[in-house]
Write a new protein. Structure first.
Length: 580
C-alpha cells in the first residue's frame, strides 16, 4: 500500500488513477530506477517531443523492480523510491508518472497485449520514446521493432533514443549500484547527476549513541561500510547539518547526535553540499572520536568559505572586507610583502590604481591541513585569474600557500603567500610585447611587477608574419582528441573544458543540445586522449590547438562556450578569430 497523501501530484498508482477524459500523450517506458544521467537524457528527449506536439508526457514505470519477480536473481537494491522517482522525472520535464505494480500476471503478459491494453487503451499514446535497447512483455520478447509494427494500426510513432554514455561507457543503474557497493559514492553521484539519497526514519539509539536511520524501503541501496560526509534534511524542518555518518558492516546507518537532527527523514548527500568520501577505514573507536572528526570537517568547511569570500571580495573590489579575511597583523606575501589591516587595504586598492583591474579570481585543488582542537591550519591551492592589466586582458596562474589562525570571529589568514608561475597577455594577432597596448605601467606599479613574471608572447599559428620579422618562436599545435554530436548541417557549438577535466565534462550539455547544434567537444593538450606537449604552453598555444581542430573539421564559423581555461580560450578566440 502507498500513502496517497505523501505522493507527488504527478504520480498515478495504476491504470485506475488515469482520468476518464485523458487524451493523447507522449509515453516513455522503463524501470528508471535511480533516474541517472542516461535516464534524464531519455526523459528530456520525450519532453522535447511533447513540446513539439503540444502533448503531455507520461513516464510509465514499475514497482517493484521487474527482476525481483521474473528473470535471474541479481542486485536490484532500490536507488530511488517511487515518489522520489516521480519528483526527479518532473524535474526533467515529465508531466505524469504511471506506476504499475509488477506482479506475476504482468510478467506473463505478452508484449502485444501489454502494448494494446496499457499504451493504447490506457494512456492513448500518440508518440512513444524509448531507449534503443528497450525490451518489454513476457520474457522480454517485445522491442522497438514490435512497437513500430503496431504504430500504423494503433496510431503512434516510435522514437528509439541512443544510449547515453558516461565516461565512454554506457550509464546504467547496475553500474550505480556497483559503485555504491564499493563505497564509491562520488562515482555514483557522477552517474546519477546528484548525490545518492537515503530516505527513512531516524530513531534514537539511546544514550549518546545518536540515531539509527531505518530506510523507508528495506531494499534501498546502502553504500559499503565506512564513514561518509552527508547532508541531513528533516521532513519538516528542512536542510540540517553536515555530519560524518557511519555505515556498519550490518548495513546500519549510524547518525551522531546533533541538536537540529531529531527524527524525520534524512537524505545522504543532499544536493548542493560537498560530497567527498571521508574514509572507509578505520572506523571510529567511539562517538567522541566521531565527534572529533566532525569538528575537523567543520573547520575545513569554514576555511573553504573563507577562501570563497576572499575570491569574491577581490573580484568585487571590496578592499575593507578583503582585509577582514586576515588577522589584525596578517601578512600578504605576493607582489609585495604587506602586513597589517591598513596596509592591506591600501595595497589591494592600489592594484587598480596601478593598472591591474577586472579580476575573475578562482582557486582550485584546495588542500587543507588541520588537526582536531588545533588553532592553526595550513592550505595549498592553485590560482587561476583572468584579469586586465593596462587595458589588456591577461591570464595569471600560480599557487597559494597559506597559514591560518582560529580567532573568535572564525578562521583568518595569518600569512597568505602567492607565487605566480604563469602570467601572459591575451594578445591580438600581430601584437608584440612592448607595443602601445602592452606598454609598461607607471614605475614600480603592480602591473609592472606582474609583468616581470609574464611568459613571452608567442605568435599564433595563423599569423602571416614570418619568423624573420620577429624574435618569437613559431607556435606548434597539438592534434586534439575530440567528439562530435548532432546533425552535420547544424550550427557548430564548440565546448572548451577546464584544466584537470576532459571532454566528458560536457556529456549532459552535448546530449541536451545535439538536436539543435553540431556539438564539438575536445580534450586539452595533455588531458584525456590528447597528446602531451613538452615545454611551456600559452593561451595562444591552446587556442591554436582549437583553431587547428576546426580547420581540420572544415568549420568556418562557430559558437563557443568554455569553463575556466576553456573560457580563457574563448576570450582569445574573441580577440583573434572574431569574424569566425
Amino acid at each position: 500500500m502507498h500513502d496517497a497523501d505523501k505522493s507527488p501530484a504527478n504520480l498515478w498508482w495504476g491504470l485506475n488513477d488515469i482520468p476518464a477524459d485523458w487524451g493523447p500523450c507522449v509515453v516513455t517506458v522503463g524501470v528508471f530506477d535511480g533516474v541517472h544521467t542516461g535516464h534524464q537524457q531519455l526523459l528530456r528527449t520525450a519532453a522535447a517531443h511533447g513540446d513539439r506536439l503540444g502533448l503531455p508526457v507520461v513516464l510509465l514505470t514499475f514497482d517493484p523492480h521487474p527482476a525481483r519477480v521474473a528473470g535471474p536473481a541479481r542486485d536490484t537494491s532500490a536507488l530511488t523510491s517511487p515518489q522520489r522517482r516521480a519528483d526527479l522525472a518532473g524535474e526533467s520535464g515529465i508531466d505524469r508518472v504511471l506506476e504499475l505494480a509488477f506482479d506475476q500476471d504482468l510478467a506473463g503478459e505478452t508484449a502485444d497485449s501489454f502494448a494494446r491494453r496499457v499504451l493504447d487503451d490506457g494512456l492513448h499514446a500518440m508518440s512513444i520514446v524509448v531507449g534503443e535497447d528497450f525490451r518489454f512483455g513476457s520474457r522480454g520478447r517485445g522491442d522497438v521493432a514490435l512497437l513500430r509494427a503496431l504504430g500504423p494500426e494503433l496510431g503512434w510513432t516510435v522514437t528509439a533514443a541512443p544510449l547515453h554514455p558516461h565516461a565512454g561507457v554506457r550509464c546504467s543503474s547496475t553500474r550505480v549500484r556497483q559503485a555504491l557497493a564499493a563505497g564509491d559514492v562520488l562515482g555514483a553521484a557522477d552517474m546519477l547527476g546528484r548525490p545518492h539519497r537515503l530516505e527513512g526514519n531516524l530513531l534514537a539509539a539511546g544514550g549518546t549513541a545518536g540515531s539509527v536511520l531505518h530506510p523507508s524501503d528495506p531494499t534501498a541501496a546502502i553504500p559499503a561500510p565506512g564513514l561518509y560526509r552527508v547532508g541531513v534534511t528533516r521532513a519538516v524542518a528542512g536542510p540540517g547539518p553536515l555530519l560524518l555518518v557511519q555505515v556498519t558492516d550490518r548495513d546500519q546507518v549510524l547518525v551522531p547526535p546533533h541538536p537540529t537532527t531529531g527524527h524525520g527523514v534524512v537524505g545522504a548527500g543532499r544536493p548542493g553540499l560537498p560530497r567527498a568520501r571521508v574514509s572507509h577505514t578505520p572506523t571510529p573507536d567511539s562517538m567522541a572520536d566521531l565527534q572529533r572528526r566532525i569538528a575537523v570537517l567543520e573547520d575545513r568547511e569554514a576555511i573553504r568559505e573563507l577562501d570563497a569570500r576572499y575570491c569574491r571580495y577581490l573580484d568585487q573590489g571590496q578592499w575593507d572586507e578583503l582585509a577582514d579575511c586576515f588577522t589584525p597583523d596578517g601578512t600578504f606575501d605576493g607582489l609585495s610583502v604587506v602586513r597589517g589591516r591598513s596596509d592591506l587595504v591600501r595595497f589591494f586598492a592600489g592594484l587598480a590604481d596601478g593598472g591591474l583591474t577586472t579580476f575573475w579570481h578562482h582557486i582550485s585543488n584546495l588542500e587543507i591541513t588541520v588537526h582536531p582542537g588545533a588553532d592553526d591550519a595550513h592550505t595549498t591551492s592553485l590560482l587561476w585569474q583572468p584579469c586586465v592589466v593596462d587595458g589588456v586582458p591577461h591570464v595569471a596562474a600560480g599557487r597559494y600557500q597559506d597559514t591560518l589562525t582560529r580567532t573568535p570571529s572564525g578562521w583568518r589568514y595569518q600569512v597568505k603567500q602567492v607565487r605566480f608561475s604563469y602570467f601572459a597577455p591575451l594578445t591580438r594577432v600581430g601584437t608584440t610585447t612592448g607595443s602601445p597596448s602592452t606598454a609598461p605601467g607607471p614605475p614600480h606599479s603592480p602591473a609592472q611587477r606582474l609583468r616581470q613574471v609574464r611568459s613571452p608572447n608567442i605568435r599564433r599559428r595563423t599569423d602571416p608574419t614570418s619568423r624573420a620579422d620577429t624574435d618569437e618562436e613559431p607556435m606548434t599545435t597539438a592534434p586534439l582528441h575530440h567528439v562530435i554530436d548532432g546533425p552535420t548541417r547544424a550550427p557548430v557549438l564548440v565546448l572548451g573544458p577546464s584544466l584537470g577535466t576532459n571532454l566528458h565534462l560536457f556529456d549532459a550539455q552535448a546530449a541536451a543540445l545535439s538536436d539543435q547544434f553540431r556539438v564539438v567537444r575536445f580534450d586539452l593538450r595533455g588531458h584525456g586522449r590528447s597528446p602531451v606537449v613538452v615545454g611551456p604552453t600559452t593561451m595562444a598555444d591552446l587556442t591554436g590547438d582549437v583553431l587547428a581542430l576546426l580547420d581540420q573539421l572544415g568549420v568556418g564559423t562557430f559558437h563557443y562556450a568554455g569553463v575556466s581555461v576553456g573560457g580563457a580560450i574563448g576570450l582569445e578566440l574573441a580577440l583573434n578569430a572574431s569574424p569566425a
